[in-house]
Design a protein around this ligand. Structure first.
Ligand SMILES: [Zn+2]
Length: 485
């Protein structure tokens, strides 16, 4: 089926439904366009056009401190940008989307997600099937096609759940083709992302060898040109001190900084790790920390190390599901925020955390902080919602483009239904979003002005195909790994 001029029956019915909510004036002028912005087209491989539309009568949570919440208002989008946000907007010619009984808010921003392992969620458990042994066995057996299929499963789940930005922490890059595979999957789905070029399971076993610096430069050149500010941006994912000798990590970090790309590093995750080395202290001693560095986890950072993080304005990404599932430790969220540290939230990996579900991540983060602090007032739901939106954007260095519904920024937004069995009656948006809502309540997802999910249906993605290809890839990888893995 070609895109545009033929509609599937389902797409046609979707278009009729959409037309039902369009005003007569808009209907008379651009009926055809109304059917194109969110008519399902899951076979062409094309992303939908950006176009012009307005969300009417939503409860708007802008996450912009100057604009605040707008209990009944409109969001006007044109060519990928937010034109205006407010009550009763004039938007002649724009297609209309009904926002009543929905919260409109910035899309969720994940800041650390190992997409490559997404297809392995069915077997990661405990003991010999713990995350690290399983990934070490299957990682080297993956082909670039497997990497694409696995990453696409993770990206599709994220998009469906209301995540509009993810940080692909890609640490199974056996050759450059694996980096390209991840980048193609991100591009094909149309999600906003930082792609952080990491290492491979094999390279993890060769600490004296640096990552492929020439290929990092190639990816930067071929995928990002001279800029690092489009829908996809680039970073470097480091193994770091403790796992590599000083001459290796110092050279890798210097290389990243010479390319102008930020650095991300796991640090202080487990008790076992800090018994072997204190990575944050080591990086601080080397004067390598700074605002272009994102540390992942930090649950076992000492008070001195947390001070080092604050002093150097280093960022921290917290993954509450993997922290608790792997018995890593309780995050020091309240303490880090009180020190002024830029914090954000992450999926980490769905093989351990279960889902790419930012509602669940926010809820668990809130509750883990209650247990850490024994003080339910230390961090409250609205602050957690900031971490999942505007603070995620600040962590990834993209807050000038997304993270809040501010006119002039790129249009990354979601609509969450408020009148369902698990969310009604709607009173307080922060409570609804952090303590009650689930991905099933995500009605609409817009990324860079493209409507990628509407009325609960994915527009451009064939979920059945994504699932089938991921499953086929995983079966083949397990066989090559000598099964039963
Ligand atoms: Zn991780």
């Amino acid at each position: 089926m070609s895109s545009g001029n033929k509609l599937s029956r389902r797409g046609f019915l979707g278009a009729l439904t959409a037309l039902g909510s369009v005003s007569l004036a808009a209907c008379a002028t651009s009926t055809r366009q109304a059917s194109r912005l969110w008519a399902a087209d899951r076979t062409s491989g094309q992303l939908p056009p950006r176009g012009e539309f307005v969300v009417r009568n939503a409860y708007i949570v802008t996450m912009d401190p100057k604009l605040g919440d707008i209990p009944r208002g409109d969001v006007h989008v044109r060519n990928g940008a937010l034109v205006a946000v407010g009550p009763n907007l004039a938007a002649p010619g724009a297609e209309e989307i009904d926002g009543s009984n929905r919260i409109a808010l910035p899309g969720f921003i994940d800041t650390h997600f190992h997409l490559w392992g997404s297809f392995a969620r069915g077997i990661v458990a405990d003991g010999d099937f713990d995350y690290f042994p399983v990934m070490s066995r299957i990682g080297p057996q993956m082909t670039p096609d497997d990497a694409y299929n696995s990453a696409k499963l993770g990206i599709a789940e994220a998009l469906n759940s209301g995540l509009t930005t993810i940080h692909d922490w890609s640490h199974n890059i056996i050759t450059g083709a694996y980096a390209d595979a991840d980048l193609r999957a991100l591009r094909d789905v149309g999600i906003r992302s930082r792609f952080s070029y990491g290492y491979s399971r094999n390279l993890q076993l060769k600490p004296e060898q640096t990552a492929d610096l020439a290929d990092i430069a190639r990816v930067k050149r071929e995928w990002f040109g001279s800029s690092n500010d489009g829908l996809l941006t680039m970073g470097f994912a480091s193994r770091g001190p403790g796992d590599t000798p000083p001459q290796v990590y110092r050279q890798e970090w210097e290389n990243a900084r010479s390319l102008g790309i930020p650095i991300t590093q796991h640090a202080g995750r487990s008790i076992a790790e800090i018994k072997k080395f204190r990575r944050i202290e080591m990086l601080y001693g080397d004067k390598l920390l700074g605002p272009d560095v994102q540390l992942i986890h930090t649950y076992n950072a000492s008070p001195q190390e947390r001070q080092m993080i604050a002093e150097t304005k280093t960022h921290v990404s917290i993954a509450p599901f993997t922290a608790s599932r792997l018995a890593s430790g309780l995050p020091y969220l309240g303490d880090l925020l009180a020190k002024g540290v830029q914090c954000s939230l992450s999926v980490d990996t769905t093989t351990v955390g279960g889902n790419a579900d930012m509602f669940g991540i926010m809820r668990l983060m809130l509750q883990l902080n209650h247990l850490r602090s024994m003080n339910v007032l230390e961090v409250q739901p609205r602050r957690i919602l900031e971490l999942a939106t505007i603070d995620g954007a600040k962590d990834l260095g993209i807050a000038n483009r997304v993270g809040s519904l501010t006119p002039g920024r790129r249009a990354d937004l979601i609509l969450v239904r408020t009148n369902e069995l698990n969310t009604a009656p709607f009173i307080n948006p922060a409570l609804l979003l952090v303590q009650q809502a689930q991905p099933a309540n995500v009605d609409t997802v817009v990324i860079d002005g493209r409507i990628l999910k509407h009325k609960g249906e994915l527009i451009a993605l064939n979920a059945e195909e994504v699932i089938r290809k991921a499953a086929e890839s995983f079966t083949a990888v397990r066989k090559r790994a000598g099964g039963p893995y």
